[in-house]
Design a protein around this ligand. Structure first.
Ligand code: PAF
Length: 282
């Protein structure tokens, strides 16, 4: 695996390849990331992974400074997973001057759910992903489905800017008890880690209720919020949305969508000081 830290060196190295497959990450890699790397392997003639903790997508009070940076372990894991090129630019390399040009995703998609609770998050994500795309010029790019809204935002960005990139979602990997793998799981204290599974269990209950014919979405969402709050969580949202645009389904749509795989349930909630997100397609 070649480790490259500058855009010039990356371009020079990748000039020999026609079909880079790209997995952007912020490091602190877990099996979910590594599965994306393995999934990328047959999709390109070179697999490029980036590690860059992107300041632009963190709010001032969020965990940019403490975001786990595990360079040695990440390099070892990427080598074993078959990564060919690790692009790890410094902040000065990627943002040599204040990033005045940014990508602003449409509010109806980017200001709801994650974007509502983390204002500016998707602008930060789109800006860095656009820049990383410009550096790597991939033909295929892979993102985890755990970040469901992020995947949708990036898909739209690629479509609307007509970027010649195929965006592929990798399925969410889960621990044996069902907790979705996430770098932020590392923050959980032992008792919180045990409790954390309740997030996906609550989503499962919502999904089952919809499959069983429930149509009162507001009641379902309220009940889910109540369940987690009563257990000591601080939920931001537990919602039922259309898969196509993450908007609320109308009452008439619900039954059809629930039977026709058109819905997704999404959640974000804090346990202790750790904010977790998850989702399930219904
Ligand atoms: O999902 C992530 O790890 C980040 O949001 C991404 C896509 C690497 C952009 O910084």
């Amino acid at each position: 695996m070649k480790i490259i830290k500058t855009i010039v060196d990356l371009r020079e190295h990748l000039a020999a390849f026609k079909h880079p497959a790209f997995v952007p990450t912020m490091g602190n890699l877990h099996e979910g990331h590594l599965a994306l790397v393995r999934q990328a392997k047959p999709l390109g003639d070179v697999v490029v992974v980036s590690i860059f903790v992107n300041r632009l997508q963190f709010l001032p009070h969020e965990d940019f400074d403490t975001y786990p940076r595990t360079w040695e372990a990440d390099c070892e894991a990427l080598r074993a997973a078959g990564c060919d090129v690790l692009f790890a630019p410094s902040e000065r390399e990627l943002y040599p001057e204040a990033q005045g040009f940014t990508v602003q995703p449409p509010t109806e998609l980017a200001n709801i759910l994650e974007g509502h609770f983390r204002p500016g998050f998707f602008g930060g994500v789109c800006t860095v992903v656009m820049k990383l795309f410009a550096c790597v010029q991939p033909r295929v790019a892979l993102f985890g489905q755990k970040d469901y809204q992020q995947l949708m935002v990036i898909n739209r960005m690629v479509r609307q800017f007509a970027l010649p990139i195929e965006v592929i979602g990798g399925k969410t990997l889960r621990a044996a008890d069902g907790l979705a793998l996430s770098s932020r799981n590392n923050y959980l204290k032992p008792a919180e880690r045990q409790e954390a599974v309740q997030l996906c269990q609550t989503l499962q209950s919502m999904a089952h209720a919809l499959q069983a014919g429930a149509t009162d979405i507001a009641a379902l969402e309220d009940q889910a919020m109540g369940t987690l709050s009563a257990r000591g969580w601080q939920p931001d949202y537990l919602v039922v949305r259309r898969r196509t645009d993450l908007q609320q389904p109308t009452e008439n749509e619900i039954a059809t969508l629930a039977q026709g795989q058109g819905l997704v349930v999404l959640a974000a909630a804090r346990i202790g000081s750790t904010r977790l997100i998850d989702n399930l397609e219904v």
